[in-house]
Design a binder for this molecule. Sequence first.
Ligand SMILES: [Zn+2]
Ligand SMILES: [Zn+2]
Ligand SMILES: [Zn+2]
Length: 762
Amino acid sequence: MASAPPAAARHLKVTGVVQGVGFRPFVHRLAGRLNLTGWVRNVAGTVEIHLEGSPPQLDAFERSLRGEAPPVARIDTVETTKAEANGASGFAIIESEDADTLRPVPPDIGTCAQCERELLDHADRRYRHPFITCTDCGPRYTIIDRLPYDRERTSMKTFATCPRCAKEYGDPNDRRFHAETVACPDCGPRVWFEGVNGEGRAEGDPAILLAATALHMGAVVGVRGLGGFHLAVDATNDAAIRQLRKRKNRDAKPFAMMVRTLDAARAVAHVSEHEAAALQSSARPIVLLTPRAGAHLAAALAPGLDRVGVMLAYTPLHHLLLKAADRPLVMTSGNLSEEPIAIGLDEGRTRLRPLVDAFLLHDREILSRCDDSVVRVAGAHDILLRRARGYAPVPLPLPVASVQPLVAVGPHLKNTFTLVRGNRAFVSPHIGDLEGLEALEHWRQAYDRYRDLFRVEPTVAVRDLHPGYLSTRLAEELGLARIIAVQHHHAHIAAVAAEHGVTTPVVGLAFDGTGYGDDGNVWGSEFLVCDLAGYRRVGQMRYVPLPGGDLAAREPWRVAVGYESLAGWHSEAFSLAYYGVPLSLRSGVQTQVARGVNAPLASSMGRLFDAAAAVLGVRRHASFEGQAAMELEALAGDQHATPLPFPVSEVDGRLQLDPVPLLTALGEGRRHGVDVSTLAARFHESVVEASVDVARLVAGSYGLDTVALGGGSFQNARLLTRIARRLAEGRLHVLVAQSLGPNDGAISYGQAAVAAWQLSRE
Ligand SMILES: [Zn+2]
Ligand SMILES: [Zn+2]
Ligand SMILES: [Zn+2]
């Protein structure tokens, strides 16, 4: 082909997630197939392609570029310009001198179908190799030390490629051409099994069989995975799961499980098309599914809830372990209750020793901690409940570029932080609750790693309004020239608006458990008129005293005491809330409320759900925040219901929802024998209708046509889909959380969006 002079030349600039996902090898193969010459190179987070050849072939290239791109690549834009043909011969991947500018780090990618086939093919040289990968799949973020992404700068650097792997790496026609993680049984990492004291060590295939045998016998096995350790247990063995709960100090919070195939997922749960797509996506998140009646699963997996978390095997090691175990396995984070997940070999051995009976380990270092992501499908929406493996660290755009690099340190609970340079926001994977030294240390490590990887040196810190949070201390500790404080619910709405590129004022419905208000009270059902510049609180739930403060989130009956005080005490309607609560304790708490001692005022939606669960006799004590709300949602299901009284009035120039008549009606209904699931559904519908009424009133009086929904309460699928639908019926444009999910995991991004706006206006 070099003999014929090229008819034309074009220059293509491709943006999106195009580095570290097999994009350049793909371009190389495509050019070869179409007889085009030229080169491809990475330049500062984009891919540049120079092509020479006949115009029809060049057109074909552009079509196929989008149509056939690697599964994990995401092409945002392709800019094509005419170029000078200089008679290039052949096609080359040019190493790029990478400017000191933003470069994306690809996320970890679940084992692809082709690697899975080879893994289980007797004839393949990687048959049963627990570290099989290719350009389309395998670890990325969790093993990358620095950029640019190549083997030398990953934890694969200690495994020198054998000649056969090296040949595949260098062969443009091989599907492992330029696969930085290429490895085989001759040169790749090792897997082994050992007892908690290092005894009984076995390597390779026998290790996997021993782990499976231990699981069959009811053991807890610590499995070193991709972004950290898992604790694995037989998901059909009730006693084993109860044992794990005891050791992990986790009463009732549901455990996720892993199965090998979609069929195996369908055997234990109902899987819609949409849910199947989520399960099989390259991020391989945990997806919350409705268990199949009669499925062979332990009752202790998710007690009292109508959903179980299921994920598909996402590494070859998982595939082998699940195949050997031949049953679903609980795979929960390798940590003690809320501590960060263990990643290091010795760290895992030491920290997890009290929790496990044996280990399944490997010697490929994990450089960045990354939990499993969690998704729930609600109608047409994917609700991201935890954004971590498979999603982070793909950056999100900000609608306004920040004129200074900044770090938004995020909220107190379900923490993530966000680094910003220009209009790119690098949201960290889920860090967890900022309580305890381990969590703070984890935060600092993740922050240093992110700064390093993305070469962002912040000069501004952004924090929550709360003066006492550890996150506030973290922000101050950084010693940056400037600190900007952003109110929690403003950040919730800003996050949703910003991810949709909306900078004009919207009506914001921010519903959650707790956020520090600018009046010093606990906010949580807020109607804001806001944009990135600021907010005005135009509606709220009536304040209720929360006896015991944070303790009330774990003891719904206390919230009921608070509401009963508004109802004028001695309301028979509240009596079910106190069943089993000692009278002396109850009257002590009543006195506490009456005197206003340690009883902060709250307008929290989460606490209203708790109070409703208490007066319905569903739950008086919770073992984790949100448990009562999840149970109420499960009870309500999707049955049709009519609302109960939930009046809205204007108080001090602000709309106020009064839940006292609603709670009274619930308690009375229950006492008169109305079915609890009917009442749970009517409760949901009441919140929906009152919220929609207020949103419409506000939109009307401020001349707004867009409503943004943010906050952890919108993890409730019924609440989210019903409010969104009713608002849309009223011709309002509805924005819901997509890239980050509605809960506090999105707060740091919202803080960043507000601060970037503020800085850009100065
Ligand atoms: Zn693959
Ligand atoms: Zn090899
Ligand atoms: Zn929140």
